[in-house]
Design a protein around this ligand. Structure first.
Ligand code: 13P
Ligand code: SF4
Length: 354
């Protein structure tokens, strides 16, 4: 018998779980200094077995953003994807407990949408340079300076900021939703670079809008460099460059495709190229190495220090007996107003897509 926490497993159960993990993770190579070889999978197995048992006991689901380590995504995740998909899953969930392996703003969003569930964030330090760049007070001041503007917040924002906004957007629907709003002036927060990309895209579509932004950026995406893209293209003929809209407009212009992490995955899965350069967090490359092992990814991606605070141990501990700091709580009035702004996104997004 082996033990993980208070749960014990037979050698056969451990061997079967190790085998299951290894078969999924054998092609992964997305975090420098880390390995997903058989030995590593043997190390993950007691934890994934324990977490999967705890999930049943506690009536819990685990939502995993694609940027967290693949042993979490594929070992214990019930749903994996981008912010839009995971928000939908949180809203539809009937589970008593939602563990969000992502960052704090994502767990807050789950609590906004599923207020009766106990929502757990494995590491309270898992912030986001975008969400942390703007407070509700700062947004109130900006709104006073632009009273006629529609206030659009990127989902990477605090509950307070969402409560002050008219509509929320994600990287997957930002262009369509802003284009569909009747107001000619948009106050878009908190991502300055995404705001610049919106400006360019709406101009290309012939949609006249004035886009005013606050000054946040994503510390992972704001450093990709268009000169490095040109260099990679020269070294890898036929290369496809895939970027997230949190990158600079120069990088977005140099890419073959720009979209949410979900759309980036779809693009890779549905195109054929000898090499791909993924200008985003490297966890997405891990997912693609699992799901498209025949494709080749060249270097370029970076790690989000906040997403990487998640671990199987923290998920297990939070599920077994969450500390108060791991349980998301929100003022009910803020939650209600923030829910209105996210619901507006759900009203607008399917209509645009459909
Ligand atoms: P996606 O919604 O595209 O997954 O983006 C989330 C994020 O934090 C990107 O940095
Ligand atoms: Fe925030 Fe950037 Fe990390 Fe996404 S990758 S969670 S935007 S810091």
């Amino acid at each position: 018998m082996s033990h993980a926490g208070t749960v014990s497993f037979t050698p056969a159960e451990l061997e079967a779980e190790t085998e299951r993990l290894f078969r999924v993770l054998l092609h992964v190579d997305c975090t420098p200094g880390k390995s997903w070889n058989y030995e590593a999978c043997r190390g993950f197995a007691p934890l994934t077995l324990e977490i999967n048992r705890l999930k049943k006991e506690k009536d819990a689901v685990i939502l995993t953003h694609s940027y967290v380590e693949p042993e979490i995504v594929y070992g214990v995740g019930d749903f994996k994807g981008d912010s839009y998909f995971l928000s939908l899953m949180a809203r539809e969930s009937k589970a008593k407990v939602i563990v969000f392996a992502g960052v704090v703003f994502m767990a807050e969003t789950a609590k906004i949408l599923s207020p009766d569930a106990t929502v757990i964030v494995p590491d309270r330090g898992s912030g986001c340079s975008l969400a942390d760049s703007l407070t509700g007070d700062q947004l109130r001041k900006l709104k006073a300076a632009y009273p006629d503007a529609a206030v659009v917040c990127y989902i990477n924002s605090t509950a307070d900021v969402k409560a002050e906004s008219d509509v929320c957007v994600t990287s997957g629907n930002v262009y369509d939703i802003i284009a569909a709003l009747p107001q000619p002036r948009i106050l878009f927060v908190p991502d300055r670079l995404m705001g610049e990309n919106v400006r360019t895209e709406l101009k290309r579509r012939g949609v006249a809008k004035e886009i005013i932004t606050s000054d946040g950026t994503c510390i992972v995406h704001d450093v990709f460099d268009a000169a490095a893209v040109a260099d990679a293209r020269a070294r890898f003929p036929g290369l496809k460059v895939v970027a997230h809209p949190e990158c600079t407009p120069e990088v977005a212009a140099a890419a073959d495709f720009v979209g949410s992490t979900g759309a980036m995955m779809k693009y890779v899965k549905t195109t054929s190229a000898p090499y791909y350069l993924m200008l985003t967090e490297c966890g997405l490359v891990g997912r693609l190495q699992v799901e498209t092992p025949e494709k080749h990814f060249i270097g370029g991606c970076r790690l989000c220090p906040y997403m990487k605070l998640n671990s199987l141990e923290k998920v297990r501990d939070a599920l077994a007996a969450p500390r108060p700091d791991q349980i998301v709580t929100l003022d009910e009035e803020i939650r209600r107003r923030a829910a209105r702004c996210i619901d507006r996104m759900f009203e607008l997004a399917p209509a645009i897509k459909g």
